[in-house]
Design a protein. Structure first.
Length: 285
């Protein structure tokens, strides 16, 4: 089943935080990408029903977003600043949250199952305060998937995690995306590139582009270039071009940059998602 957004908008007084957002999201990993203030959090809060929309329609099969209680049963949410009582044990926290979610029957069994799913079963008797940042995020996912909701919403999934934890957490999200809709919101392009099948790019409340990850990179086709320069030339290039990345190889620099009309000697390259994103941001200023 698909999550369907049709012309969703949100105004905060005169601020138009979202403008006519229409996207259809199928099962799998879906990324919401955009700079600060793009409207990502606003859209996620609307999807979780924490915030009413100003206009448009949201539906998942027969369920319409006016039916708040029904919608809440469909959604698991991991907010960015997820924190828990440090003195409580992992299984106690989950039991408490399961009660709040209205899960009555087979709670112990359900909790064991989610702990296995997020690979935290061996930590179930540890206090939250004894866990690493990555493990706390995994407890966050465990509470979000209690009751097996078909839609999971995760805000800034890897913020504050070290590289190993980040990779483990991305893998967990990928597994969940095999049978659910998992929406992640971030401004870290790498998170989206490493986990998502599709993504939407928001900028100042508008949907700039959406589609498969490969397609979003292709939007910058013909505008991303590679040039090899000496150290002296590099400083000139860095000042005059929109450089995206540069690597020193021996005494030469390999530079990738955005340009409509490239300097002599530049070779066109196949754009990555990050390059597609930066190109779209530059074009929409
Ligand atoms: N409660 C509010 N009242 C007034 N304006 C708001 C409110 N919440 C958000 N906004 C405005 O709506 C716009 C979108 O904000 P939002 O927080 O959704 O962006 P974001 O993409 O999540 O940014 P960030 O990555 O910084 O969290 C911004 O201009 C913001 O100032």
């Amino acid at each position: 089943m698909e999550l369907k957004l049709e012309q969703v908008s949100k105004n905060f007084g005169k601020v138009r935080a979202l403008e006519d957002i229409s996207i259809t999201i199928p099962t799998g990993m879906f990324g919401l990408l955009g700079p600060n203030g793009a409207g990502k959090t606003t859209l996620m809060r609307i999807l979780t029903t924490l915030l009413p929309k100003s206009g448009g329609q949201i539906s998942f099969g027969e369920v319409d977003w006016s039916k708040t209680q029904e919608v809440r049963g469909l959604i698991g949410y991991l907010p960015q600043n997820f924190s828990l009582y440090k003195q409580m044990k992992v299984h106690e926290v989950l039991d408490h949250l399961a009660v709040l979610k209205g899960l009555q029957k087979n709670r112990a069994q359900i909790i064991e199952q989610v702990l296995q799913q997020v690979n935290l079963y061996d930590q179930k008797d540890k206090k939250i305060g004894q866990l690493s940042g990555g493990m706390v995020r995994r407890v966050g996912i465990a509470q979000a998937i209690l009751g097996d909701p078909p839609i999971l919403i995760v805000d800034e999934p890897t913020a504050g995690l070290d590289p190993e934890e980040r990779i483990r957490f991305r893998k967990l999200l990928r597994q969940l995306g095999e049978h659910s809709i998992v929406i992640i919101s971030t401004h870290i392009v790498e998170d989206i590139e490493a986990t998502c099948d599709r993504a939407a790019i928001l900028h100042q409340g508008k949907l700039i582009a959406h589609g498969y990850i490969g397609e979003l990179g292709e939007l910058a086709e013909g505008n991303v270039w590679h040039l090899e320069v000496t150290q002296d030339e590099y400083y000139q290039v860095a000042d005059s071009l929109h450089v995206i990345s540069s690597h020193r190889v021996g005494d030469r620099y390999q530079v990738r940059f955005l340009a409509n009309i490239p300097p002599i000697g530049a070779v066109p390259v196949s754009p990555s998602l990050e390059e597609g994103y930066l190109y779209l941001m530059k074009e929409s200023v």
